[in-house]
Design a binder for this molecule. Structure first.
Ligand code: PEP
Ligand code: MN
Length: 338
């Protein structure tokens, strides 16, 4: 790490830092410039956790050279992680995985109809919320366990894996009983107690990016999962809040390249929440594949006008089918399969 000293740091202050850090077992290298003195420290940056060097007199700032996340970093693991959802469906390899379905599970019949369409079009995972994180307490909150049961039954009927959001650690047992993949939503990306509990499970996790989270904060949240033992983590970019109002969120397509550079974990794109507008979903999905994402999660509804949530961004089944055809060509063009 590097310590930049204040312009008026005294010799006594410098000596104090040198003594203290030498005692902690670090190698010290002082570089005296015309305006400033900089101290380079060689050794484990872990000491920063117990010795806040920034609080020492004369210190302006401390710059760590290593990323604060370890297990999720490329430095820790060079090769891409492949998350095996089952023997056949793997996220992070050559094949792009598509998860699709309604925002919320609404009824058995409605979900069956959507599932039959998305399966036929080539999706491998059925999505559907049973515990919904709604902005208003008066909006539909999800069917709870009944919704999980429906999701599980319909998934099995059509040979689709299932993904649903977990909002509360108390629901872990019931959700794990019914569903294959746990989604940690944007609003809970930094719910650290939930991350710790989900980290202890042997279930793949789809970790969405918080709507105001930096990529670093997002990777730190993934670190919670890995540090607690769960390495089956798929990141999902779902758009961030910006000044733009033409779309619900701004899909940060940059995140695909950045995450690929910084981490070995697979990354998916959610063009539905990333745009919030049905007409823009296809374009954002294509951009995701062109950028190198490992999968997509897309909302589909047969009657968006009457959807209990997110109808405005849900594709109609025929639109989804057409999109899947287009994405197949695009995937081929970038050396992937679908
Ligand atoms: C969802 O997938 O329906 C959802 C609520 O997603 P997010 O957490 O990204 O808003
Ligand atoms: Mn939704």
């Amino acid at each position: 790490m590097i310590i930049v000293l204040k312009a008026d740091a005294t010799e006594d202050q410098i000596q104090h830092i040198v003594e203290k850090t030498t005692k902690l077992g670090l190698k010290v290298n002082i570089s005296r410039g015309v305006e400033r003195t900089v101290i380079g420290l060689i050794g484990s940056e872990d000491i920063l956790r117990v010795t806040p060097l920034e609080a020492f007199p004369g210190v302006e700032k401390v710059i760590p050279v290593l990323a604060p996340y370890r297990l999720v970093s490329r430095e820790f693991k060079k090769e891409n992680t492949i998350v095996k959802l089952n023997d056949d469906v793997h996220v992070g390899g050559k094949r792009i995985i598509v998860m699709a379905g309604p925002c919320s599970v609404e009824s058995h019949e409605k979900l069956r109809e959507i599932a039959s369409h998305v399966k036929k079009a080539g999706a491998t995972v059925l999505r559907g919320g049973a515990f919904k994180p709604r902005t208003s307490p008066y909006d539909f909150q999800g069917l709870g366990e009944e919704g999980l049961k429906i999701l599980s039954e319909v998934g099995k009927e059509f040979g689709l894996l299932t993904v649903t959001e977990i909002m509360d650690a108390k629901d872990i047992d019931v959700i794990c009983r019914y569903v294959d993949i746990l989604q940690l939503g944007a609003r809970n990306m930094q719910n650290h107690s939930l991350l710790k509990e989900v980290g202890k499970l042997k279930k793949p996790v789809l970790l969405k990016r918080g709507m105001s989270a930096t990529i670093k904060e997002w990777l730190m949240s993934a670190e919670y999962l890995l540090a607690n033992g769960n390495y089956d983590v798929i990141l999902c970019e779902r758009g961030i809040r910006t000044f733009e109002t033409a779309t619900r969120n701004t899909l940060d397509i940059n995140a695909v390249a950045v995450v690929k550079k910084l981490s070995h974990l697979p990354i998916m794109i959610d063009p539905s929440h990333g745009t919030g507008v049905r007409d823009y979903v296809a374009s954002a999905a294509k951009a995701g594949i062109a950028a190198g994402c490992d999968g997509l999660i897309i909302e589909v509804h047969q009657n968006p006008e009457e959807a209990f949530s997110d109808g405005e961004q849900s594709l109609l089944p025929n639109q989804f089918e057409q999109l899947m055809k287009d994405l197949g060509k695009l995937a081929h063009a970038v050396g992937r399969t679908m």
